[in-house]
Design a protein around this ligand. Structure first.
Ligand code: FES
Ligand SMILES: [Fe+2]
Length: 417
């Protein structure tokens, strides 16, 4: 067993967290296979027979809408000899037919046909060989989560304060729901998964890592003097328990809902009509980056969420899904999808800068004479406000929160569902 308690201190973590395969395996068992993990959005599987495949940690799963209208999370593993029963990323079907010997399962996982059944005795009962299911499935504002643990805290308790941030993001849709049907930007990189998570909550790096991208962006817009990621700007970095965290740029309004992004008066009126002026101002003024432990990230200013999938200790896949706001003008959605491609696709202006940083960290962390990775920034100026630990946007507040939860779950997994 890997001894992990000495590898995470309040203001630093050990390099072994990024380089050791044993620790990676333990993370999958104690974090991903025990906690609530985001699976997909309900709008991705609107009709009976719709499905899409993904993973909980290393384990392949299928999110499927059955004819009873319910959503199921099925383990994608044939009960005959173990092959995936669904090899497609998404689609619509009445049955999942295993490519190996043709066993067929319906969209709620029941085994409905076995070729040449005479080869099995009279005591073979198809109902004993349905696909395994995630024992717990829950949904919040259309976002479906599942847990491989039969017992444990509810999804609502797990999300905690993150729910109010999800509300802020989803309430921007005049109809109160999002749609996730605009494709995906996918990238992989040869470095540890936690480097991406640290980075999504890192308000310290952008002015340096993305200097050129910002210059190009400002030239296109005809603006200058980007605000936000400087110390003392008024933007904040936050942590609010169970590893969740956020960067809150609402006070500096970087580029949310400007006219160039198609936020028309018609759209604003629709939001005000739905929410009333006070909540509408809050929602339209929101510029937040939210991380939901262990692997879901939202950036509402670039209208998308990302799912971080750990593949190996030094290999990670990230999928960025643009979403559109139901009830908002189509032009707004088109602009946002384009904006995401410009910044966060594998060949875009922003994301490759971060990937370069992750790969360089993975290389640098091979040095054994320097053991610690430092997350001490802003420790002296944290403050606690209504359950949120808040610091300057350039402080490492959310990273400290992430590693507190990481340690809690890695050290004593039996206590946490
Ligand atoms: S492994 Fe699926 S039918 Fe044999
Ligand atoms: Fe970045």
């Amino acid at each position: 067993m890997v001894e992990v308690s000495d590898l995470v201190c309040e203001d630093r973590v050990h390099r072994r967290l990024y380089t050791e395969s044993d620790i990676f395996v333990t993370e999958m068992e104690r974090i991903f296979e025990r906690t609530w993990v985001f699976i997909g959005h309900e709008s991705e599987v609107p009709e009976p027979g719709d499905y899409r495949t993904t993973f909980i940690g290393r384990q392949p799963v299928i999110l499927s809408r059955h004819t009873d209208g319910h959503v199921y999370v099925l383990l994608n593993r044939c009960m005959h000899r173990g092959a995936l029963v669904c090899r497609q990323e998404a689609g619509n079907t009445t049955v999942f037919r295993c490519m190996y010997h043709g066993w067929m399962y319906n969209t709620c996982g029941a085994l409905v046909a076995v070729p040449f059944p005479g080869g099995y005795g009279d005591d073979f009962r198809r109902e004993d060989y349905g696909l395994r299911m995630a024992p717990r499935v829950g949904s919040y504002r259309g976002f479906v989560f599942a847990s491989l643990q039969p017992e444990g805290e509810s999804l609502e308790d797990h999300l905690g304060i993150a729910r109010s941030y999800m509300d802020l993001i989803v309430d921007a849709a005049p109809a109160g729901t999002l749609s996730v049907r605009s494709g995906v930007q996918r990238y992989t990189y040869p470095a540890n998964w936690k480097l991406q998570i640290e980075n999504l909550l890192d308000g310290y790096h952008p002015n340096f890592t993305h200097q050129i991208a910002f210059e190009i962006s400002e030239r296109r817009r005809g603006t200058s003097g980007r605000k936000g990621n400087t110390e003392g700007s008024g933007a904040t970095a936050r942590s609010f328990g169970r590893g969740h965290g956020a960067l809150h740029y609402s006070a500096v309004q970087r580029y949310r809902w400007d006219e160039a992004q198609g936020a028309t008066a018609e759209y604003r009126r629709a939001v005000e009509h739905t929410l009333g002026p006070k909540r509408a101002a809050e929602v339209l003024g929101a510029d937040v980056q939210l991380f939901v432990f262990p692997n879901l990230f939202f950036q509402n200013a670039r209208q998308h969420f990302r799912v971080i999938r750990p593949v190996a200790v030094d290999r990670t896949e990230v999928c960025a899904y643009p979403y559109t706001l139901d009830g908002a003008p189509e032009e707004l959605g088109r602009q946002q999808v384009k904006g995401l491609a410009w910044w966060a696709s594998a060949a875009a202006f922003g994301q490759p800068d971060d990937l370069e940083a992750f790969v360089r960290c993975q290389e640098g962390l091979q040095v054994t004479s320097a053991e610690w990775v430092l997350f001490a920034r802003g420790t002296h100026r944290e403050r606690l406000v209504e359950g949120e630990i808040i610091g300057d946007v350039t402080d490492e507040v959310p990273q400290r929160g992430f590693y507190r939860e990481w340690k809690r779950r890695m050290v004593d997994p039996t206590k946490h569902g």
